[in-house]
Design a binder for this molecule. Structure first.
Ligand SMILES: [Zn+2]
Length: 152
């Protein structure tokens, strides 16, 4: 009789990243008291950021007031800094809660901040074809890091 032992999940990417102590390598642009900002390693568009609380919870409803406040405050500041760095014409800001809703990291709630430009909808396919993501992410980090450094 075969018996499948369920493997332990590898652990939460966001928790790992905050504990790693390699902020630049992991694309962390800003650490606040209750939340932090990082580049998405699998961007929907150039400049795609994520804002997440340090708390490992799967829904915004499980955050306390201070966490919610800082999550939204950093989201606003991220929008502003992306505007200054890349001059997008619009943004998509939102959360995917639960895997069926498209959450890649379903256990640890986070806000996506995606800058938008007119006619950018081909980004995903073009990026998938050319595989320029690593270089692009480094460039994006370099452009944004100084703007987040001055952030209090
Ligand atoms: Zn986590």
């Amino acid at each position: 009789m075969s018996y499948i032992v369920e493997e332990r999940p590898e652990g939460c990417v966001l928790c790992k990243i905050t504990a790693a102590g390699e902020d630049r390598r992991n694309g962390i642009l800003h650490r606040g008291r209750k939340a932090f900002v990082l580049l998405n390693a699998y961007p929907y568009n150039n400049g795609h950021l994520m804002v997440a609380p340090y708390s490992h919870v799967d829904c915004i409803s499980r955050l306390d007031r201070e966490e919610i406040f800082e999550l939204m405050e950093l989201t606003g500041k991220s929008v502003e800094r992306l505007r200054r760095a890349f001059h997008p014409q619009g943004f998509n800001v939102g959360m995917n809660i639960g895997e069926v809703a498209g959450a890649g990291i379903a256990d640890h709630v986070h806000v996506h901040v995606v800058p938008r430009w007119l006619g950018d909808t081909n980004f995903m396919t073009s990026v998938a074809e050319t595989r320029v993501i690593p270089q692009m992410i480094e460039d994006t980090f370099a452009a944004l890091a100084p703007l987040f450094l001055e952030m209090k």
